[in-house]
Design a protein around this ligand. Sequence first.
Ligand code: ZN
Length: 810
Amino acid sequence: MLTGVACLAIVCVAIVAVLAGEMGEPGGDSVRLANSRLALTFDRQTGALLSLMNLQTGDEYLKDPKLPGNPFVLHVDPTVIPQAARDPGWWSAEVEEDLGGLMVSPGGCRVISLKQQSSRSAATVTIESEHAKTGLRQTLTITLPTQAEYADLTLRVTNTGSLQRTVVTAFPHLRGLSLGPDRETNLGIMMASYGTPGVRAWANSGGWYGRETSMQWQAAYEPRLDEGIGMIIMDPECASKLIRRGPGGLLSTLHYPGTILAPGASHVYPTARLVVHRGTWRVTAQRYSDWYARAFRVRKPPSWLKDVDLYYGGWIPSADQVARAKRESPSDGFTSFERMPLLYRDGPYDLIEWAMYNQGVVDEPESYGPYMGDGLYLFRSDLGGPAAMREGVRRLHAMGRRIMFYVAGNSLLRSSALLKGQRPEDWMLMDRPGHGYDVGYPNGFSVCPGYGPWQQHLAHTARRILAETGADGIRLDELAGFVPCFNPAHRHSSPYDSVRWLRELTRTVRAAMDEVNPDAILLTENPLDAVHESVNGALQMFQPGREIDAMRIAVPTMVGMAYHPGAVESALNGWIGGKVTARRVTWPWEHRGLAGKPDWYADGPGPELRWHELRASFPEAIGEGRVATTDPSAPSDPRWVGRLWRARRYWLLVGGTLDAAPLQGELRVIVPGLPARIRRAVEIDAQTLRPRDADLRRSGGMATIVVRSAVSAVIFPMPDCPPLMDISGELRARRGGEITLDMKPIPLGGRLPSRVRITCPGLIDGSLTARWPGSVRLVVPPDAMIGLYPLRVEGDSLPVKRWIRVADDR
Ligand SMILES: [Zn+2]
């Protein structure tokens, strides 16, 4: 046998050592790869990772390199199924260290070859090591780009022995990490749903990709030292895996279930990118975003979705309520789907998703509650069926409103006509062998998202709903989250392939919808990056606290639809709002590690904000812009939280107290990185929409402004930024009455334009062109329905949106 040193091979493609990164001397005990930002050192005898240095901060991250792992652990012929894989209620993020069988870690291996290569753009080391007892050979390749704050690690495992082996691999599996001397102060992200930063770094956190983690990355960071580490698993195939952090500085991805390796066979694991950086978790999130955008073709939103500022999910009145309306108010009550506009008139919602539109509500009212899955989703006969809904949708569109429909992604009534002549067991989602998954739906059970006939049925249903009604979208409730399925009837190649099934399912549904209306949107309940190629967005429920949610940076095109959050949280995270009131009143997931309502956070829904109108002026920033890596801050009032969005013609600061509590007078806010050519700042109050100058000052390279509002937007115009429009005064009239639109300019530096286009569907046919500054008289038609109408003013100015109220004239 050759020794590790004897078979060492060095290949030097280029000798530009300064550019290519530094490497250790051949023949020493270790080999080191370094650029100006990070360095990795490996043991030449075993191939173990000995050191992971942040060269920008001088911090050695691997405080305890001798633990198993660093950078992988192979569980060979394991005898233990981890609790994560056998207990459907598992959420602890803890995975057994020992799965029985043999544990292979670099410390117990011997290097048989080590190759170094460098070029102008990167340095690469390939370490081949062998585990004598099992005959497994590991080929670990580390690539360090010259100009990046990350290294890419790839692992191939080959069975060189004569016995078949089952291998469950944790790669990377870094142990003993600590940012700075005290790992207890390090922070991480609760990576379920949109991702909540600010949790303890080295506690059990994360888990199955698709459930406890919605994206393929994890991060830890230390604000005191302005540094962090991230792990990105670059797997476009979305194989099942557990991505997590744990006590003792553990950062690990367990590729589960394992791979069977016949003699001579190999398996290559997805490349892991280790990010070692200055700054917060947002650096890793941005690197993930870079990879994700190349690896996935995301579903582009239809242009109309950019005009949606407020959304909610409503229920069509019950069969009893409809029967009563037919008796008591047949001429103006909600007696037919044709009168859908009645359900929109009092709220400034651009888009509403409706449940309880289906015939099951009439046929089996006792089955209806929090879930509504009769399976067929035929339009209710008591409200006129699909023809009436088609007319209702037409009328909504004429008023500038949008409509979508609820479809349950898992749940189905046992009595559903879909199951007639079928064996329900064939459809069932079995979260463990022989056991149906149960979400507690009365008379219901759950169907497997990986079951072909169900995928086809959902596709057919979505297509039919759009074709029959002309609606704008479908939301697949309950999806997209990881649930394993052990139903033998489905012949799944692995019970844990949930993410892949959800991709198939959403692709199938999306393709069917596209046949009818490619501009219709598809939403799910939970966000999962893997389905974003078919899905536009998902509901947002969980509080990100003072931070922006992680997905807003990592997958910024995934649209967040606020469900529990109040207007302040929606404003701070760039979501489509769900409420006009300022505060969150529901604080879910305390049992899953999220903090509940803080003591200082005021009770109740709080004041009404007009953020849903204000945000419509800044689509360049909130819809298409990028949020700055460092938030603005107000050192004298820690209650204040802000974001900075960068657009081409302006920057936008959105800030306020999380519960909309008034400020104690003026507050000076630091605005990091503000370009020198920006010389003005205008604050617009989110409650009154009144503008005021925000006193921009610069001193010692630092820009500051003064804010006064509890919640506001501050625009920082570039020299070519068009003016904003100040439309104040009450926009309210009776039927047949008049509204005067007084359009005053707020000059922001650019040329003052002279013409704008005004639309107000439902009140104005087509559009009006008007000169401004100036005022326009709008006459409300005498037969207009009372309620709210969206007014938009567009042109060379920044866009403006306001809701006009037509009031009762009695
Ligand atoms: Zn299944």
